[in-house]
Design a protein around this ligand. Structure first.
Ligand SMILES: C[S@@+](CC[C@H](N)C(=O)[O-])C[C@H]1O[C@@H](n2cnc3c(N)ncnc32)[C@H](O)[C@@H]1O
Length: 372
């Protein structure tokens, strides 16, 4: 197999900034958050092979959730792969805190589970049964070697892509710094997924394309408040609960699996009045500052806050685009030049309204239209 991305030599500064970026990727999902979201997809998980491909099985609550619920969910197989360069490889969040169980050193590995038998005979499967399996079934753990392009356990490495091919559903919290690539790989391989991402990720050009095409949407958990993650052992943290250091991140669930929220209609109560909803100077659309105030009787294009996606029901609305530099919505009517303003670029990436004859750019907006 030929190299697709030849290695590029890296300067000291680049290495430092890569290390900084990697550091920002180190926070770990709490079990409660996983079970609260995943319960909405139970039927869609039955009989499926699940892959957690950014998850050290000994540290990850995604692995723990699926291993513990393997029989209840009726899973066919669970695969988890760990990543060579993770600073926690070596054990700072010991999920299975059992002397001698964790493979020594920092070598990444894959764990495959095809069944969780009730070894201790207590009538239920729990962590001790998973532990028994990991200890006694030599076939469950396999070292990962990586390839010449990517490090061992990198989700893009050939051997991890092989696991991806086997999977029906991918569930994880991937590194935010590689989010675009991560999602593009899932879409390319046509996989079902339920993952965690940063709210901003939705507006990245490459990811937004999938939002617009209804290939990715938000999970059931609301956007507000962010999510609390277990902080890296050396990283900053904002509070400590039961001795666990936590950090708040503006994170949301993203998926392409159906969920009940996606079918809830936004209750609309306001009627369109031209005075209350200014028309943009540069879009054939009106400005709607709050999702709850979308007029019930307006048939044209409307600019709404990005948080609209938290309430989006594709049977009620269609997404035309996002205010951006290009005309991805098809309703942009004007490009400003230096003759119009000192910084025309700032105006061109936003919806602009005229206030007392002055151009005023709005926040980033989605351009949507009501479906009739
Ligand atoms: C935000 S953390 C989440 C960890 C775990 N999935 C969880 O939810 O607790 C992202 C993880 O991806 C790992 N990672 C970073 N780059 C990766 C890559 N290229 N391939 C696979 N995993 C990677 C990091 O080491 C880190 O453990």
């Amino acid at each position: 197999m030929g190299l697709k991305h030849p290695r590029i030599s890296t300067s000291g500064n680049q290495l430092l900034s890569q290390a900084k970026t990697a550091k920002q990727d180190e926070f770990y999902t709490q079990l409660n958050d996983i079970s609260n979201e995943l319960r909405h997809y139970r039927e869609q998980l039955r009989g499926k092979t699940i892959l957690c491909n950014c998850d050290d099985p000994y540290e990850s609550n995604f692995f723990k959730y699926f291993a513990l619920n393997f029989n209840t969910l009726g899973l066919q197989k669970l695969i988890a792969t760990s990543y060579a360069k993770s600073p926690i490889a070596g054990g700072y969040l010991p999920l299975l805190d059992i002397e001698g169980l964790k493979p020594e050193g920092r070598e990444p590995y894959a764990i495959e589970i095809n069944e969780v038998p009730d070894h201790n005979g207590d009538g239920a499967t729990d962590l001790t049964d998973v532990e028994y399996l990991l200890r006694h079934d030599a076939n469950t753990a396999k070292p990962l070697r990586g390839d010449s392009e990517y490090g061992a356990g990198d989700f893009r490495s050939y051997e991890c892509v092989e696991y991806l091919r086997q999977a029906d559903v991918v569930a994880t919290n991937p590194p935010f710094s590689l989010f675009r690539e991560y999602v593009a790989q899932l879409v390319k391989h046509d996989k079902k997924f339920i993952i965690i991402g940063n709210k901003n990720a939705l507006t990245y050009k490459d990811t937004f394309k999938f939002v617009k095409e209804n290939k990715i949407w938000t999970g059931v958990r609301s956007f507000s408040g962010g999510m609390w993650f277990v902080a890296d052992y050396m990283g900053k943290y904002e509070k400590v609960v039961d001795g666990v250091k936590l950090i708040n991140v503006p994170a949301i669930w993203l998926t392409n699996m159906d969920n009940p929220k996606r079918h809830e209609k936004i209750p609309l109560y306001k009627r369109y009045l031209p005075d209350e909803y200014p028309t943009y100077d540069n879009y054939d659309a009106i400005e709607v500052g709050k999702t709850a105030e979308i007029p019930v009787d307006y048939d044209g294009a409307m600019g709404v806050p990005i948080t609209f996606l938290d309430k989006y029901n594709p049977e009620q609305f269609e997404i035309l685009g996002i205010t951006d530099r290009d005309n991805n919505s098809g309703v942009k009517t004007k490009e400003y030049t230096e003759a119009d303003a000192q910084n025309p670029g700032d105006l061109n990436r936003r919806g602009v309204i005229l206030v007392n004859g002055e151009y005023k750019s709005t926040y980033a907006r989605l351009i949507i239209r009501r479906k009739v």
